[in-house]
Design a protein around this ligand. Structure first.
Ligand code: AMP
Ligand code: ZN
Length: 137
């Protein structure tokens, strides 16, 4: 399924040109227009899935295998020192394009890319609450 008004559907399927670094039957991977660091790229499925919750199970598996392959290529060819995988779901999580995508962000020592959060602290009460809500019985 594709969505008429979705820019990532058009980019992934080649209707709009992109700086593509990888393509197969399921995915296109292209450079982010507003990169966090040099080499920042997006793995985008050709079919439309709004987010991780909608993404087909088989594609879930394939996307991580592809991230590993391209991450390795980035290490080798760009000489990056690390790699962040970022995947936002929902506006509250910072998603701005509502077609699933996985960010591959090569990291370089002292690159200053602010991909971080302020660490909180897990109180005993919250720990218990979360275990009762989220852990398997
Ligand atoms: P997110 O905030 O996780 O939804 O990320 C959306 C990403 O898509 C941002 O990093 C944008 O810079 C990137 N982006 C939006 N439009 C384009 C485009 N036409 N080509 C490449 N990257 C894009
Ligand atoms: Zn789409």
């Amino acid at each position: 399924m594709r969505e008429d008004n979705c820019i990532f559907c058009k980019l992934a399927n080649g209707e709009i040109p992109s700086a593509t670094i990888y393509e197969d039957e399921d995915f296109r991977v292209f450079l982010d227009l507003n990169p966090a660091t040099k080499g920042h790229a997006l793995i985008v499925p050709k079919e439309h899935y709004a987010n991780l919750f909608e993404l087909d199970e088989e594609l879930c598996k394939k996307v991580m295998v592809l991230a590993k392959k391209l991450g390795r290529r980035m290490k080798e060819k760009l000489g990056c020192d690390g790699l962040n995988l970022v995947q936002n779901n929902g506006e509250a999580a910072g998603q701005t394009v509502f077609h699933f995508h996985l960010h591959l962000i090569p990291r370089y020592k002292e690159d200053g890319a602010g991909i971080s959060w302020k660490p909180g602290s897990l109180t005993p009460e919250t720990r218990e609450e979360l275990l009762s809500l989220l852990a398997e019985d």
